[in-house]
Design a protein around this ligand. Sequence first.
Ligand SMILES: [Zn+2]
Length: 219
Amino acid sequence: MSWKVIQDRVVPRCSGTTAKVDKGQILRIIEHEGKQVLDLTFLNAHNHKESFATELSAILNSMQGTGGYYRLKTLYSKPPFENVMATVVDDKVGDGARGGVRAGHFMAGHCSRQLVALRGIPGARSCSDNLKDAFAEIGLRQEDCYDPSIFNVWMQSWIDDNGGMNWARPLAEVGDYIDFRADMDLVAVLSICPTEFNACNDFKAKALRFQVIETEGAK
Ligand SMILES: [Zn+2]
């Protein structure tokens, strides 16, 4: 089996972008400067209406014993499609060894205009702005895409006994990575979360790195 890196990019802090990942290729997300989360979703490269369904994937992975709201093995698209879009094939942080039950990711929403306003910093940049820029790269408007729920890579969040959401510093360290194998031709949509008002980026927004890897032979 041979692996060949065909794209290797450092994405600046507080920005959004897209990456084409063809069927069989690996999207590797790499912790580049320390504890930084990524808000990630996927679109079918040939039908942008078919997008990743976070909660549906969490439920299906729960039923399959392969994950849930804190990690996923199989990423499904939203109804009416419900196809397997991608498979997590390597996840050193999310395998539970470091984080126990919470495992090191969170399947939920992203920061937005209302959220930063509630934090007392109205007008501050949010993942919503990053995602808008990312969608624009491929000629799409955010209002025509589904992004309220995403894969919060390395976000240490959980729901407490009162039903509230909590944040802690990511478990990921520099050099940690997670590999997604594309099971169809995909566009990955990435937001390098700008949040600095809570622990999700360890109070400092940083850059992130990704690679697209061509593989020969199954992993
Ligand atoms: Zn964010």
